[in-house]
Write a protein that binds this ligand. Structure first.
Ligand code: IDP
Length: 137
């Protein structure tokens, strides 16, 4: 079942020089390909569209500040069961709870600065791809 998913390499990943490392792990999964890629800074409107579901939670404002603190790399990744697969590759939200071998488990310690976003469902993937790559067909 080929799918597409939206991935963000968060500002901490870019600042720490981990773009190549993380994209390399994605590219090494058999049959997965990068369908779109862009490095950009995110404005408040884009961030609200992306993380609006968390508005009102205690971590929301610091998360918005962090996500606007530097450029991110946005990607669309395509391939077999890529939505579930990228969530596995990323690991759970808390990097300390994430298993070694996962991106968050190998490189993260702070819940907010957990390196990578990956859509959590087919519905989220469709919604998020439209925010970051509106021209993509
Ligand atoms: P996910 O990125 O693993 O899908 P979400 O619950 O959608 O996790 O949260 C979005 C992002 O908000 C997380 O990746 C993380 O950066 C941040 N976040 C979530 N929960 C917390 C928290 O309890 N403290 C600080 N930041 C958090």
């Amino acid at each position: 079942m080929s799918q597409r998913t939206l991935v963000l390499l968060k500002p901490d990943a870019v600042r720490r020089g981990l773009i190549g490392e993380i994209i390399g792990r994605i590219e090494r999964k058999a049959g997965w390909t990068i369908a779109a890629l862009e490095m950009r800074e995110l404005d408040q409107d884009t961030l609200e569209q992306h993380y609006g579901e968390h508005k009102g939670k205690p971590f929301y404002e610091p998360l918005m500040g962090f996500m606007a603190s530097g450029p991110v790399v946005a990607l669309v990744v395509e391939g077999e069961r890529v939505i579930e697969g990228l969530r596995t590759l990323a690991g759970p939200t808390d990097p300390i709870a994430a298993a070694p071998g996962s991106i968050r488990g190998d490189f993260g310690t702070i819940v907010r600065e957990n390196l990578i976003h990956a859509s959590d469902s087919e519905e989220s993937a469709q919604r998020e791809m439209k925010i970051f790559f509106p021209g993509l067909v």
